[in-house]
Design a protein around this ligand. Sequence first.
Ligand code: HEC
Length: 128
Amino acid sequence: MRRCVFLLALLACGDTRESKPADAHAKFVGAMDAAEAESNSILQDLKNKRGQESVVRRLDLVRRNLQSAEAVRIRKDPAEHEEMSRYFATFYAKLDQMRQADWTGEDGPRLWDKLQFQCSVCHGRFRE
Ligand code: HEC
């Protein structure tokens, strides 16, 4: 029991501290992984003909996950941070366009490829 209380105290402590770089990095990649999972589910939705509404909901989740990643401020160098912010902004603008497109027809798989391409634009510049 005493050990349990000690562990809880440690957790409470962890919450109030500034996040360490390693924590920030874990948050960033966690959000990226979540975005990828949603994106892969879109492909499943297309196969299972789940309809436009389901795809749009997932596109919104992709956006929310990327916003969580962006909030981490993974690049400390101000110029690099600025540049990455521009890549995020471009990605959101493309996502808005894709949200308007009709995913239910023959174009669905092509739109999904376009989405992957938009991810890779930023990865090509920033992913080591
Ligand atoms: C504005 C930039 C940017 C955009 C847009 C972006 N990513 Fe990333 N992503 C990164 C960076 C930077 C990393 C590398 C993080 C690291 O490991 O330091 C990364 C890493 C990843 C990883 C690896 C995470 C891990 O477990 O190591 C996945 C998966 C991923 N991104 C998925 C996606 C998907 C899917 C999209 C599009 C829906 C996307 N990303 C869009 C910047 C971006």
